[in-house]
Design a protein around this ligand. Structure first.
Ligand SMILES: [Zn+2]
Length: 434
């Protein structure tokens, strides 16, 4: 749906010229975009920043107000106005334009959030699952969460803007089919097809890290940055790349699977079937494995008491707590993980030249200990010009990164095609093959 600039995701299409409905849709999208960037702003201000004439802007704004995407919020103050008697009405996006339901299928949890168009959370929910429950049981629970979200949202306002589902695996973008989720052990699940009849609005299924990357770009730590590398370390190691403000997905949507780059050809077997993937070095499993190994070498650790002697029951918050108390084994294990993370990030920084690296996932709880190690590895290994430009920051959405990313996907879709939601489409999009 990112074809407002005249190019589809694959670059295989171009717009037919002279299509008035399409021109209007593009102009609506441009106005929505500037309202997001610059609101509160007047019609005259919009005409100035968009380059559209005032009559066109007035007509576009009228349509957006009718569709409830935009609202008037009062006159500009005399200080900022353009002179006596010429104070203009200011406009913003309308938080009550509609509601968005965003769901996440994690490896061991389901999560849901319902937000308005601001977006502010109206409702959110999390429950634990186990992949051994089986796909049907997990899918039924997901449906129950979807219905709950739709019900809460419809009490808030009339219009459903869309539903997003984030998954820990590869998704075919053209069909919305989850092709492979190694940690869930799911293959070929036609998620979008199964949900299509239930949702009247945009429906997006995508990889959780792709979503999280966009969420950080739209509403989080990467707002204002156009080239962003996002990494999320937890059960697995996910990656997402924002390029020119859009999620880079590769030709079929499988791009940014950085966690499965081979880092150690002789390393551990990964859940994807290969050996020595980056994920086998940087994940909570890798962290816990190192802790058990160091403890097995006779090193003392607070974690033995914290887990009542069962190091199989480790959690990331426990390791962080032990590290905060100065536990040497916890600190050493985090340092090993940070070292591997830093080596990979340095290579990616050299390959991709991002402006910002955002680090999320449950292991970002340990960022106080990981970031200095990451920074020193990047400093040591990245090319000087790249490393001088790069910043590594912690994701701002924490454990909500994927669901907030789902909200961002719907938000983005609505900004691009506001005329396709909340009423009859104003025009049909026509594309022709180049
Ligand atoms: Zn792998």
């Amino acid at each position: 749906m990112d074809y407002v600039a005249g190019q589809s995701r694959s670059g295989q299409y171009r717009f037919r010229t002279g299509d008035q409905a399409l021109v209007r849709q593009i102009n609506l999208a441009v106005v929505m975009h500037h309202l997001r960037e610059s609101a509160p702003i007047s019609r005259a201000g919009l005409a100035e920043v968009t380059g559209l004439n005032k009559t066109t802007v007035s007509s576009l704004v009228r349509e957006l107000i009718e569709r409830q995407f935009v609202r008037e919020v009062g006159y500009e103050s005399p200080e900022t106005g353009r002179g006596a008697g010429r104070l203009a009405m200011l406009l913003t996006l309308n938080p009550e334009a509609g509601y968005i339901v965003s769901l996440e299928i994690g490896v061991d949890f389901l999560k849901a959030i319902c937000t308005n168009f601001a977006p502010q959370a109206i409702w959110q929910y999390k429950e634990e699952i186990d992949p051994d429950m089986g796909q049907q049981v997990i899918f039924d629970r997901l449906l129950a969460l979807l219905y709950q979200g739709l019900s809460v949202g419809s009490e808030y306002c009339q219009t459903l803007l869309g539903v997003a589902v984030g998954v820990p695996g590869l998704v075919d973008q053209t069909t919305g089919t989850l092709l492979f989720a190694p940690n869930l052990r799911w293959e070929n699940v036609p998620l979008r097809a199964r949900l299509e009849g239930l949702v009247d609005g945009h429906l997006v299924v995508d990889n959780e890290a792709n979503m999280a990357a966009l969420g950080e770009h739209y509403f989080g730590a990467a707002r204002g940055y156009k080239e962003v590398l996002y990494l999320s370390a937890g059960v697995g190691l996910g990656g997402g790349l924002v390029h020119e403000g859009q999620v880079f997905s590769g030709i079929t949507g499988f791009g940014s699977e950085f966690g499965h780059m081979t880092m150690d050809p002789e390393g551990e077997i990964c859940n994807c079937g290969n050996r020595g993937c980056w994920e086998t070095q940087v994940s909570q499993r890798a962290l816990f494995r190192n802790i058990r190994r160091f403890a097995g070498q006779g090193n003392e650790t607070l974690l033995t008491a914290m887990t009542r002697g069962n190091l199989g029951a480790l959690t990331v918050p426990m390791v962080v707590e032990a590290a905060e108390k100065g536990d040497r084994l916890a600190l050493q294990s985090l340092e090993v993980l940070g070292h591997h993370l830093g080596i990979g990030i340095a290579s990616l920084v050299n390959a991709l030249n991002p402006e910002l690296v955002v680090f999320g996932g449950i292991l970002s709880l340990a960022s106080e200990f990981l970031l200095p190690v990451i920074e020193s590895e990047v400093h040591r290994r990245a090319l000087r010009w790249n490393r001088e430009a790069i910043k590594v920051v912690v994701a701002s959405h924490g454990q909500e990164a994927c669901v907030m990313g789902g909200v961002a996907r719907i938000f983005q879709a609505v900004l691009v095609e506001p005329n396709l939601v909340g009423g009859q489409p104003a025009g049909v999009l026509t594309m022709v093959n180049a």
